[in-house]
Design a protein around this ligand. Sequence first.
Ligand code: 9WN
Length: 438
Amino acid sequence: PAVPKHSVPAPRSLHVRAARVLEGNWTGTSTVPSHGLYPHQWSWDSAFIAIGLRHLSPLRAQTELETLLSGQWEDGRIPHIVFNPSVPLDAYFPSPDFWRSSTAGHAAGAPRTVQTSGIVQPPVHALAAWLVHCADPGLSRARGFLAQVYPRLAAWHRYLLHRRDLGAGSLASVVHPWEQGMDNSPCWDAPLSRITPAPARSFRRADLDHGAPEDRPTDLDYGRYVRLATDYRDAGYADGTSDFAVEDPAFNALLIASEHALARIAQELGATGTARHARAERLTAALIERLWDPAEEMFFCRDVRGGELIRERSVSGLVPLLLPGLPQKITDALVRTLGGAHFGLGDSTRLVPSYDLLGEAFDPHRYWRGPAWFNTSWLVERGLRTHGEQERADALRQAVLDTAGTTDFAEYVDPYTGEACGATGFSWTAALTLDLLH
Ligand code: 9WN
């Protein structure tokens, strides 16, 4: 049949639009979270990005993780940023001349040629490597992908489980809010209040060139972030002396999920994964013992320096739902908390808010103090599915897809209205959309 002359083009499918975002943010060897705000390679972003990229190009997904691992330090840490040397220094703060990885990180074995930060981010990488492998096992085997990344991922977990067991309770601690990935979560307010901020005039925030100040962390937060990072750097990035040390439920749950993935990788490579699965189960028990609150029906952060649980309700405390080995009493309680008044899922919200809707510090637009983020909703969706909550998982999946589409793949959204905040064309939003479409 003849095509009508002035036919209206069909709206581009969500799949095609998500692929375009990732294409635009690809640099040739890795993907930036967003060109304006975050023009380098970020650690947990790359893991989520690889999980989506595997549906477009398993080779690009493998390359994404390999590039990140080229920034790994000899002590096993995977830095939270691997810097792109062709990006001007003033495009992002803190820049390589702040971290001085190759000199200040010398004793910890920072790479000589690649510039990186000296802190870490949540360990989503082994999980991502396993999922990337599964997307095209033939290509993965032909390239020796898992054989190459396995020892590096094992060293990464070793670093976290040994050097970062600052609370001596078998869990890993974060020593900076940027490490946990939810920079200005109200969970950090109490432990951060003990930190003397660096003077405002000693640094210049590049983020405010791109983001609305009311959607970003405050200057006071930044002063404290800078103080903590400076002290860590000046101690040669040695672990154990930080004034800020927190055991976080999401960070540790992701470590456990990745330990299970590492067991599967070991099996694929012909070894036995039994010891790793057993370790993951022991860590799950430690997570429950140290961070679960049966009365409040959620996980909380533990302030290792103060010795107390931090009773702020953050999405971080729901992320352990991801773990297959949780007792049903706990998964049932987490599902109740998700749908209850503090998070409102399926009632007043369609995506999971980053923080307690009823909390004193709640702010629907300010970064990790209320807005809903796509990576955490993806993790909770996976958790709901793992524990047989198909209907809730389906609704959350649909909400992620709808909101990603209407906001042009926003960085985060108002949890009540779904209005876009922060950057648009954000890589992990596009990547995880693709993953949920498959
Ligand atoms: C600091 C890149 C990163 C994410 C974090 C998010 C934000 C950086 C910043 O952006 O943090 O690492 O400059 O605010 O909080 O989760 O990985 O997308």
